[in-house]
Design a protein around this ligand. Sequence first.
Ligand code: UDP
Ligand code: MG
Length: 311
Amino acid sequence: MNPNITLSLVIPVYNEAVVLTPFWQELAPILNALTLRYEVLFVDDGSQDDTWSRIRQLAAQHAEIRGVRFTRNFGKEAAILAGLEQAQGQAVVVMDGDGQHPPSLLPEMLDAWWQGYPLVVACKKERPNDSLFARVSARLFAALMHRLSGLDLVNSADYRLLDRKVVSALLACPEKIRFFRGMTTWTGVQSYPIAFSVPARLAGESHWSKLGLVKMALYALVSYSAKPLYYLFGSGIAGLLVSVLLGLQALYSWLAGIAVSGWTSLTLVILIFGSANLLGLGLLGIYVGQLFEEIKARPSYLIRETTNGIV
Ligand code: UDP
Ligand code: MG
């Protein structure tokens, strides 16, 4: 940490070459009006377009700007982690680099921090640009997450201000599969919410595919809650009770000499219990897969170069 720097901005970017200049034009006047020492850290998550050369240009023109470039695309969570590790400021703001996290919120976020809040979270109030699918799935995910892990992530975004204490707490967590939003809420520190309506991207397109979002949601759910495993155990017990009843009925039919061919019921039982078994195995598989990833303990990202020189 550098006590002279009050604010660090961590901005993960992936293929945002067309957005960077307009984004910086929106951000710079707001930062300069704050009259404090700041640094802006762009983390290039392995972009294939001109993003890195734009970051280098900006860093050459402005001493406050630094850039880190990954060897390949490691994902936004890895980029946020790298930013948090490199940030020097007493407060760190994580925000998207596409203009969807309005920089105009920064003064209010800092005010809340100065009042003593260690965490300031920007919450999505309106999402006029989101599709129906995106809105419904976000709600469903937040509801499931709340039920399974107790974390309230309704309308949450990755746009957050973290006090240095919170940054240190996050960096002390050794887990490899990371979920920034969940982890900051998990710390349990007092947070100050600020509502904002999500503007359209300045340019370009979202990088999330539907499948990618489902995968992310599954990872987050599984890494924050073991409850699905207990539910699985519970449904196993319920299945056992049903089997006892069915077994008694079968025995009775046999003893009473009224046992019929029973093809339909047999087929149904096999189908239902067979698929329940597979589902359970699949769920276990997801947890085992996560354990496997964690236990390998590979670095979350590899750095190719920085604006200060090759690493
Ligand atoms: N991003 C990233 N790595 C990725 C995907 C996205 O660093 O693999 C960055 C992206 O450049 C942007 C932010 O994460 O600054 C949010 O991404 P995007 O706008 O695609 O997501 P959405 O706003 O649709 O949730
Ligand atoms: Mg976006």
